[in-house]
Each structure stands twice: as structure tokens, then as C-alpha cells.
Design a protein around this ligand. Structure first.
Ligand code: HEM
Length: 241
């Protein structure tokens, strides 16, 4: 899985040339810096980025979009960490897996399904702002749907094992679904939005450093005047993109 993530992300970087653009842009912006940051100031900016932009997805503002993302993000992290721990840490037949790992695995899967479904059914831009029906599926949905599918099939498989069905076919079918969903999730990195979890933190660090050193990513300075947009702006929440 790790190899598939690395391969998919490297192919994506080569194809989009996004990392090259990112570094060229950062170099260009540096020339416009009005202040050179000390090591201490850099560490402060980095810590704020980790705590706010990365750990709580502050880019999404306060509200349901951010909450849904945080649920899906931490759910997935818990699910992956618990999976790795249960697969690799208790390999001998006499070892017992502490209860905490399956609890975290199930908790993570439930959070991922809830956060992911909330986003996909109600918050994704096609449905929320563009009035597309919820059942319209496009390539951009590959990541979120594969993520929900892995957790959901994992949960159903776990439930069926718990029923102790002996050698019946049901839980094997869901084990196969679980494996296929994982293959799609990790094998589809090149085509999906998977790699945003690496790009977004990098972009947030660059944005916050550019704000702190005054280069502002080559953007003009903020207007020095009152925000007067007229009454029209209050008529409706801006959500038509
Ligand atoms: C395990 C880590 C992560 C997971 C599982 C995850 C999951 C997701 C999912 C499922 C989506 C919806 C994609 C779509 O179909 O448009 C999404 C969107 C997004 N993610 Fe993440 N993400 C992770 C890490 C991050 C990080 C670290 C950041 C920022 C630093 C971030 C920022 C965003 C933003 C800004 C969006 C767009 C949200 C929207 O359109 O409402 N994500 N993420």
C-alpha cells in the first residue's frame, strides 16, 4: 500500500508538474519578501500551520465542511494506524491483541463513514452549489467513495465475523469487497484526490510563510479601506461557484 501511494503520487507529480510550479513560485515570491524571517519566527509559523491548518483543516473555515473533513481525516488515520498495529505487532500465534486496537479500528471506520457520507451526500460542491443530484458520480469522487467503501465493507465484514457464521459465504464476500475497495483506494492514487493529504500541508506552510515575510505569494497588498460591498451581499450565502 505504501509502495502504491509513493508510485501514484510520484506519477501525479511528474504528470501535473505541480511540485515544480510550487518551488518556482516560492522562489519568485521570495524576491518580493519585505522581511527576512529568523529561525524562531519560522518555527512559530510552522507550528501554527501544523496545529491550525493541518491538524484542524482551518482552510475550511468554521462549520460543517470542516467538521465533516476532520471526522473523515482522523477516522482514516485511526483506521490505518490500528490496521497496521493489528497486522504487524501481534504476529505470533500466542500473542493477544489488546482491546484498544479493535476499538480504535471500529471507531476510525465509523468516523470515516459518517464524515465521508456527510461530505459526499450533502456538502460536495456539485450537490451543494451546482444543484446536481446526489447520485451523479464523476471521476473526482473516486477518493471519497473508495475511502467510504473500505471502512464500510470493513465494518460489515467485522459484524458478520462477530455473528460467527461458521464457514458461510457472507463474511467472505465482504472480505473480498473490503480488499477490492482497498486496491481501488491505494491503486487509484494517480487518478484520485488521495495525494491532497501531502500537497495541502506543503501549500499551507508556503502560504503562511509568504504572509509572514510580506511576499504574499506575489499578490498585491490588501486594500486599506472599509469593506463596502452593498446590501446585495447579505441577500444570500455565497455558494454558487
Ligand atoms: C488522512 C488524511 C486525509 C484524509 C483521509 C482526507 C480526506 C478528504 C476527503 C475524502 C475529501 C473530499 C475530496 C473530494 O471529493 O472533493 C477531502 C477534501 C479536502 N481536504 Fe482532505 N483529507 C486528509 C488530509 C487533509 C489535510 C492534511 C488537509 C489540509 C492541510 C486537507 C484539506 C482538504 C481540503 C481543503 C479539502 C476540500 C474540502 C471541500 O471541498 O469541502 N485534507 N479530504
Amino acid at each position: 500500500m505504501i509502495a502504491l501511494i509513493v508510485l501514484g503520487t510520484v506519477m501525479d507529480i511528474v504528470h501535473k508538474k505541480n511540485v515544480k510550479y510550487f518551488f518556482d513560485n516560492a522562489k519568485k515570491a521570495k524576491k518580493n519578501a519585505t522581511k527576512s524571517l529568523s529561525a524562531g519566527e519560522r518555527i512559530k509559523v510552522l507550528s501554527k500551520t501544523v496545529v491550525s491548518d493541518i491538524a484542524t483543516t482551518s482552510e475550511l473555515g468554521a462549520g460543517k465542511r470542516r467538521l465533516a473533513h476532520v471526522m473523515g481525516m482522523y477516522g482514516t488515520i485511526l483506521f490505518w494506524v490500528a490496521t497496521v498495529a493489528m497486522v504487524f505487532m501481534y504476529t505470533s500465534p500466542n500473542s493477544t491483541t489488546p482491546n484498544i486496537w479493535p476499538i480504535l479500528w471500529h471507531g476510525g471506520a465509523i468516523l470515516t463513514v459518517l464524515g465521508g457520507c456527510w461530505f459526499w451526500f450533502f456538502l460536495r460542491v456539485d450537490v451543494y452549489s451546482e444543484a446536481q443530484p446526489w447520485y451523479r458520480i464523476i471521476k473526482a469522487d473516486l477518493f471519497v467513495l473508495a475511502l467510504i467503501a473500505t471502512s464500510l465493507f470493513g465494518l460489515i465484514w467485522s459484524y458478520l465475523q462477530n455473528l460467527d457464521l461458521g464457514n458461510r459465504w457472507d463474511d467472505k464476500v465482504f472480505l473480498v469487497f473490503y480488499i477490492v475497495a482497498n486496491l481501488i483506494l491505494f491503486g487509484g492514487v494517480y487518478w484520485s484526490k488521495f495525494a491532497h493529504m501531502f500537497y495541502k500541508p506543503g501549500a499551507a506552510i508556503q502560504k503562511n510563510l509568504a504572509e509572514a515575510d510580506g511576499s504574499r505569494d506575489n499578490l498585491p497588498p490588501e486594500a486599506d479601506g472599509p469593506e463596502q460591498f452593498g446590501l446585495g451581499i447579505k441577500r444570500e450565502e455565497p455558494k454558487h461557484y
